[in-house]
Design a protein around this ligand. Structure first.
Ligand SMILES: *Cc1c(COP(=O)(O)O)cnc(C)c1O
Length: 461
């Protein structure tokens, strides 16, 4: 299009009202939730940027597909549409539906990962790490150094440190590395993309060593778009061609359809190895369901098949990446440091830089996230030491490498004025930054503690 303004490539067809809780109601709600934003009633949130997972709006074509869902227990036509769409997109021979991404991880790792194993990844997402560690194996993050530097403008900050991966392959017994993974885009590292050159290098190294290579493909379409924008040689390729090339470098994938599936639920495993697929299906039947529905309704399979098609539309991807960049520009203008450049699905606020007076063990990200909610009803999520600290047996913790708050942008859900409102809240909070106080954790679970832990504010000294 000849104009500079990138518009939402859709018009709104059905709306949901937003409730406006008062500041007093928000404080009461937060206290009742133990200051954990996951514990809030969503009705007490004005703009919900907790996650982009399953929170997007579906298209009229997806809803039409749902009306046409085939709920047959075995061999549903919706399964065949789902399977064929994904086969065509990924080239993988075996497609196994699951109820969401972590179910795919749980099944794949239960079959392949054993106690004492090491699984390398650029950066494990929280559920991926937890599912590796649940098998008593080590989840090893090997992202490039720029990936840990919030101000580095490297175009592909999600890249794997190939030399570090090679060193891991040299140091660890071959049969202690069941597979290597790459997360595209690198969610926990700031939604940063991975280049095709890096995927190719990792793929070749894995092939030479006989180690299966898997993609955690949740945001494959956003990654493909960044490759088109930033990697020489890909300017004229379509997102679909780029995505196909990405998948062709891997032996399999896990996927949450709640991200680039543009659906509200669902996931899958894609594989070429038939024996491995058989073992996965045997476990699938135990915990998810028959292999032609895997914990999903027939109508979910329809919504995902349609969504995987729409997500590769160039106008959609241009709007998607631009609306995240717009939020980033607004936040920067408010004087809040962020991870640069902004990723595809979210803006990551650098709470350590904004709140230098709050040490990591008092959770600066939690302090910032709680204040954004109290101030304007905006819900983000802490991605710092609450989520990623290494916890030791004696109760001490090694802090996470970065103290971030993620503002994730649900797909096709909020308009530009919603984002302008978020920016206003941000400016107000940033101006009062030195008055924010840290938190201590008073209750926590043995793993994935951020979902359920309870906090207490630390009083003024
Ligand atoms: C969301 C996500 C998962 C887990 O998927 P769920 O559908 O939430 O279970 C795994 N990896 C990455 C990179 C994710 O973003």
């Amino acid at each position: 299009m000849p104009y500079r303004t990138i518009i939402e490539p859709f018009r709104i067809h059905s709306v949901q009202a937003i409730r406006y809780p008062t500041p007093e109601e928000r404080l009461a709600a937060l206290e009742a939730a133990g200051y954990n934003l996951f514990g809030l009633h969503a009705d007490d949130v004005i703009i919900d940027l907790l996650t982009d997972s399953g929170t997007g709006a579906m298209s009229s074509k997806q809803w039409a597909g749902m009306m046409d869902g085939d709920e047959s227990y075995a061999g549903s036509k919706s399964y065949y549409r789902f399977r064929d769409t994904i086969k065509e997109l990924t080239g993988f021979a075996e497609i196994i539906p699951t109820h969401q991404g972590r179910a795919a991880e749980r099944i794949l790792f239960a079959v392949t990962v054993h106690a004492g194993d090491v699984v390398p990844n650029n950066t494990h997402f929280d559920t991926t790490r937890a599912n590796v560690e649940y098998q008593h194996a080590e989840a090893r993050d090997l992202v490039i150094a720029e990936g840990h530097d919030p101000s580095s403008l490297h175009p592909f900050k999600g890249n794997m440190d190939v030399a570090a991966l090679e060193a891991t392959f040299d140091d660890v017994d071959r049969d202690r590395i069941p597979l290597a993974m790459m997360t595209v885009t690198n969610n926990s590292g700031g939604g940063q993309p991975v280049s095709m050159a890096n995927l190719r290098a990792v793929s070749e190294l894995c092939r030479n060593r006989g180690i299966p290579f898997f993609l955690d493909a949740c945001r494959f379409a956003e990654n493909a778009w960044f490759i088109k924008l930033r990697e020489p040689g890909y300017e004229d390729r379509t997102p679909r061609e780029i995505a196909r090339e990405m998948f062709s470098l891997a032996d399999g994938c896990t996927m949450s359809a709640k991200k680039d599936g543009l659906a509200n639920i669902g996931g899958f495993i894609g594989l070429n190895d038939r024996d491995l697929a058989r073992d996965c299906r045997n476990l699938l039947i135990l915990t998810e369901g028959f292999p032609t529905y895997g914990g999903l309704a027939g109508y979910d399979l329809e919504a995902i098949a349609q969504g995987l098609d729409e997500v590769l539309d160039e106008e959609y991807l241009r709007y998607r990446v631009r609306s995240t960049a717009y939020l980033a520009e607004k936040v920067l203008a408010a004087g809040v440091p962020i991870i640069q450049p902004p990723g595809g699905h979210a803006v990551y606020l650098d709470a350590a830089a904004l709140l230098p007076h709050i040490p990591p063990h008092e959770y600066p990200g939690q302090a910032l996230a709680a204040e954004l909610y109290l101030d304007g009803g905006v819900r983000g999520v802490e991605m710092g030491s609450v989520m990623f600290a290494t916890r030791h047996e004696d109760g001490t913790e090694t802090p996470a490498p970065m103290e971030l708050v993620r503002l994730a942008v649900p797909r096709r859900t909020y308009t530009q004025s919603h984002i302008d409102y978020v920016a206003e809240v941000m400016i107000d909070v940033a101006q009062r930054a030195e008055h924010l106080r840290g938190f201590r954790i008073v209750e926590q679970a043995p793993w994935l503690r951020h979902f359920t832990c309870r906090f207490e504010p630390i009083a003024d000294p």
